[in-house]
Design a protein around this ligand. Structure first.
Ligand code: NDP
Ligand code: 8X3
Length: 250
């Protein structure tokens, strides 16, 4: 079987870094991108330059994204799978107290950058009958306090995934939205502006999803027979479940 290639965005931590390891172990070539060049270099040192090509750039910089794509080495240029994983939540304040700059950064990263790289790669994904896996979130379906723009950005990702499926009908390109619940990565550290104690407190005793759990889910989706499309996967730790509505009595 020919060696396949996946582009993993957000490969420097969490789900992305775990996915790089999973795909390399499975014999795929991996393009790994993210802002932190030192973390990307560690991936090359760990997995080898024959298996991992890295591209350090900010997903919000469309010119840098295009340059990374245009300068892919020939062995990595034929992309079979786009793993749209790079993303973040910033802040937990209610909307009326939220920071507009943080809202815009979430939209620029989780929405605009995701559609930009998808648009860039779609022609070759169609040509190769490839696949797209978008990392959404349970926050796309379940509203919670402080979820405001983060949840809305992930609702976009979920709906964009389903709309892509319609447009790609007949091309053989598969599209899946994976919607994880609470997972222990750097996610909460980023969301809280580097508050390790807050991150530890959130996950303490909860037995959350791990990055490897999601990498295994992604790997399973990526390797299904070509005639199967998993549209959506919602996955939570057993310790997490949805809980009701709130009522304010004035
Ligand atoms: P991490 O914070 O551990 O990883 C996020 C990754 O996104 C990093 O590699 C980071 O790289 C990258 N990233 C963020 N902003 C940019 C940017 N502007 N340009 C390039 N890369 C960027 O979090 P997770 O692994 O948990 O998150 C991965 C995805 O999963 C996200 O989309 C997140 O919303 C989603 N998710 C997370 C859940 C959780 O509970 N952890 C649950 C559901 C969904 P760098 O900083 O080096 O640029
Ligand atoms: C991350 C999951 O519930 O913290 O997307 O928003 S949640």
């Amino acid at each position: 079987m020919a060696t396949k290639t996946v582009w993993v965005t957000g490969a420097t931590a969490g789900f992305g870094a775990a996915s790089v390891g999973r795909f390399v172990a499975g014999g795929w070539r991996v393009i790994a991108s993210g802002r932190r060049a030192d973390r990307l270099q560690q991936l090359v040192e760990k997995h080898g330059a024959a298996h991992v090509h890295v591209a350090a750039f900010d997903m919000r910089d469309e010119a840098a994204m295009r340059a990374a794509h245009a300068t892919l080495p020939a062995e990595f240029a034929d992309i079979d799978l786009l793993l749209n994983n790079a993303g973040l939540a910033l802040g937990t304040a209610p909307a009326q107290q939220a920071d507009l700059t943080q809202w815009k950064q979430m939209i620029d990263t989780n929405v605009t950058a995701l559609v930009s790289i998808t648009h860039l790669l779609l022609p070759q994904l169609v040509e190769r009958r490839g696949a797209i896996i978008n990392i959404s979130s349970i926050a796309s379906s379940y509203a919670y306090r402080g979820g405001n723009v983060y949840g809305a950005s992930k609702a976009f990702v979920t709906q964009f995934s389903q709309n892509l499926r319609c447009d790609l009908h007949g091309t053989g390109v598969r599209v899946t939205s994976i919607e994880p619940g609470m997972a222990e990565t750097e996610f909460t550290l980023v969301r809280t502006g580097g508050d390790q104690a807050a991150s530890d407190k959130l996950y303490a005793g909860a037995h959350p999803i791990t990055a490897d759990d999601i990498a295994d889910t992604i790997w399973w989706v990526a390797n299904l027979p070509a005639h199967l499309n998993v549209n959506r996967i919602e996955v939570m730790p057993v310790s997490q479940s949805a809980a009701g509505l709130q009522v304010h009595r004035g």
